[in-house]
Design a protein around this ligand. Structure first.
Ligand code: AMP
Length: 503
């Protein structure tokens, strides 16, 4: 069988690597791929958004099965297009991919299906959204100091009331003498201001627990976890007024901020049967100790003790089964891999988001442990016979460490030559999945192409070990052996985990 994988990241390299191991696979192509997929399989120079070009290639080459990595082609309808042309493809159709493509759609579906998630409101205009933020409950006490016509103490229940109070107190027309000040008491701390600008600023700094989200796809961005009124107003401004995500910001969601620990669960589904994949835990922040900005993911490990068998069952019962059924009832049957991003709150797991594809870098650690034939599992989804499929996992844990370009997730340099990769790949139970790399012809004749960096997240150095500590040690040993000038990585992936193997 000939298989085509669409995408160019570490996830796609892992998919290619695993699919190639299937005895039924004769050729694997990756479009457009990276330097790693060029070594393991065959790259095709077609971008993931060129749906027609991909379908033409699949037809011309006689591809038997296509596997889609990223969300964008799915939300643009690549599965619908391939199916219309009689081409077999793994992934949800456009209308089911809306689950990731529109946060508004996902939230409304969850509400209808009674799936636990943060409370939310939907907005179509910036003033409405701002009004909502300013009418959130706050607890500020505003007092006038000095001679003013305004009564002494005002208990403001919302930021709007507080702003109104400070503006009235500091309105020169209300002052009956010089030296009038406004005092703002916020959770026992009092401070006095003579300037309206400073007093307004203090009100806007008061805490609220809100999350502002652009409705549409925003390349992993477009979500603002806001600690203050000002942050929430700034987020609305970015999404709806400055429109930094374009049309993705036509609608906006504001939801309550949830507290707890985050995890994710991935499952295969053919629209009826659900087969969860091994659990995994990823690291989103750029720096050790979960500091620094959010990224696409700096590392992961599998399995995670956070996902106990009981939690897995609860998530299946309360989240995965209801969402798959709700999509079916809505005549948008979901076939593919469903990714539930979860917050484990005091009231149980709640959904932060759904993705409609494999996670990156979770897939790298999950596939490293998959013993079953991935092609069999994927075909069972496509042919709607997942009920006869059981997956077998390596009991050994896996760890992946992302090597990124210095500066990521901010601006970074490309085209750094990376060396020693064949030696690292030859280490036992180690696999280097390439993410942002490309091959560059070696200037010396007769030598193969060099690997150069071509993205923010560059390599996913992945290892298995007898226990989590051994897997981590091996992964870091491999990371240290990679010669990547300007490469950075977190040093605490899979560290400090009480690793009782679970799901
Ligand atoms: P999303 O793309 O919706 O998963 O959001 C990206 C990140 O924002 C999540 O991984 C969380 O860290 C955070 N986040 C999203 N929604 C919430 C929420 N309701 N409460 C707290 N954090 C959230």
């Amino acid at each position: 069988m000939k298989v085509l994988v669409i995408g160019k990241g570490g996830r796609e390299h892992a998919l290619c690597w695993k699919l190639k191991q299937s005895p039924r696979v004769t050729a694997v192509f990756c479009a457009p791929g990276n330097a790693g997929t060029a070594l393991d399989v065959q790259n095709v120079a077609i971008e993931a958004h060129d749906l027609r070009g991909l379908a033409q290639f699949a037809r011309r080459e006689g591809i038997d099965l296509t596997v889609v990595g990223p969300e964008e082609p799915l939300t643009k309808g690549i599965v619908d297009l391939f199916q219309r042309e009689g081409l077999r493809i793994f992934g949800p159709r456009r209308d089911a991919a809306e689950l990731e493509g529109s946060k508004v759609f996902a939230k409304e579906l969850m509400r209808q299906a009674g799936i636990p998630t943060a409370d939310y409101r939907i907005f179509r205009s910036a003033p409405d959204a701002e009004h909502y933020v300013l009418s959130r409950e706050v607890a500020l006490v505003i007092r006038s100091r000095g001679r003013s016509t305004i009564r002494n103490t005002i208990h403001a229940r919302t930021a709007a009331e507080a702003l109104d109070a400070v503006e009235r107190i500091l309105d020169p027309r209300e002052m009956m003498g010089p030296g009038v000040q406004v005092e703002i008491e916020d959770r026992g701390t009092r401070k006095a201001y003579s300037s309206v600008v400073e007093a307004r600023d203090a009100v806007l700094s008061c805490p609220v627990g809100l999350v502002v989200k652009a409705d549409g796809l925003a390349a992993g961005k477009g979500v603002y976890v806001c600690g203050t009124v000002r942050e929430a107003l700034t987020a609305i401004d970015q999404v709806m007024i400055r429109r930094v995500y374009g049309q993705a910001g036509d609608r906006l969601l504001i939801e309550e901020r949830l507290d707890g620990r985050e995890t994710s669960i991935l499952a295969l589904t053919d629209g009826r049967t659900i087969v969860p994949l091994a659990s995994s835990q990823d690291y989103k922040r750029a720096l050790d100790g979960d500091q620094g900005p959010n990224t696409g993911g700096m590392g992961a490990f599998s399995p995670t003790p956070m996902v106990t068998p009981e939690l897995m069952q609860q998530v299946e019962r309360e989240i995965l089964v209801p969402v798959v059924h709700a999509l079916k009832r809505a005549r948008r049957p979901f076939r593919g891999v469903l990714y539930a991003g979860l917050m484990l709150t005091n009231q149980g797991p709640k959904v932060l988001e759904f993705n409609v594809r494999f996670g990156d870098p979770e897939t790298q650690v999950i596939l490293m442990r998959l013993k079953s034939d991935l092609l069999d599992a994927i075909e069972a989804v496509v042919d709607e016979r997942l009920d006869s499929t059981a997956l077998e996992w390596d009991s050994r844990p896996s760890v992946t460490v992302v090597m990124a370009a210095e500066g990521y997730p901010g601006p970074y340099e490309r085209n750094r030559v990376i060396q020693n990769l064949p030696q690292v790949d030859a280490m036992k139970d180690v696999k280097v999945f390439h993410a942002g790399t490309k091959p560059r012809p070696d200037p010396e004749p007769g030598r193969g192409p060099r690997v150069v960096s071509d993205g923010g997240r560059v390599l996913n150095v992945t290892a298995l070990g007898d226990d989590l500590a051994a897997a981590r040690d091996r992964a870091y040993q491999a990371v240290r052996a990679v010669r990547f000038p300007g490469g950075i990585y977190r040093r605490d992936i899979a560290e400090g985990i009480d690793a009782t193997p679970t799901a």
